[in-house]
Design a protein around this ligand. Sequence first.
Ligand SMILES: C[S@@+](CC[C@H](N)C(=O)[O-])C[C@H]1O[C@@H](n2cnc3c(N)ncnc32)[C@H](O)[C@@H]1O
Length: 232
Amino acid sequence: MKKTINVIKCGRGRPPKNKNLVSNPAVKEFKNNQNKTFVNFLFSSQIIFLKKQHPHNLNNFIVGVLDSIERNTCNALMAVGIQKQEILLVEQNSDIALSHMNDGFQTYHGDLKSLATSTASNWSQRVCLGWYFDMFGTISTQKDGIFSVIYNLNLTDGSILAFTFCRRGMTAQNYKNQKATFINQLSEHLKLKGFELNSLLFEHNYSGKYMFDKSRGSPMDSFVYAIKLTQN
Ligand SMILES: C[S@@+](CC[C@H](N)C(=O)[O-])C[C@H]1O[C@@H](n2cnc3c(N)ncnc32)[C@H](O)[C@@H]1O
């Protein structure tokens, strides 16, 4: 029997949190969000472009994704030609993870930090075309998990690393400083693996669902980098 999933709408008209769902945070909804669609489209375009020009084994790629119940990022990837079996979903919420699994997606049920010590789907052996760390959280709460995954990734020349963070509860300047530190630390982690940040492909700052509408919601920041092998 299919389980009913409690969905919390994001943006305007969000209902109050259901206090009964404390041990299992409610599923957030990102449906019809123009900003998310835009970033997912840009990320997916970069990934398919890289796959098309990659000289190696086409069957053993992986793209890392964090998706909620609608699987917007997976849908965008598959719309441009990435195969379901090339996607790895990581999900800490058990309802969402179950829904991904029921629909046949390779899913690691747990958080990014625990993925780092797992061999699920042979993820760290497969060539990683890219990863979209679409977090909905802040840099400070998520960076350790992100770096422990990146440390174990089998990256390739041109891999795409994308991020979305929320700067809730922070001034714009504080966020800017935190982001600069994050990017420095990211560069250090990549250096250990023989890579460096190549180019910032795009940045998109937004709040709310609509592209040109400033809502009162928490400002979100998405940024996407291509990496390259360091030349010795
Ligand atoms: C912002 S949503 C993803 C939105 C989606 N990519 C889209 O375009 O609509 C982030 C998802 O990742 C999960 N998540 C957040 N932080 C996580 C972490 N550290 N480890 C595992 N899952 C996490 C959340 O439960 C949520 O389902």
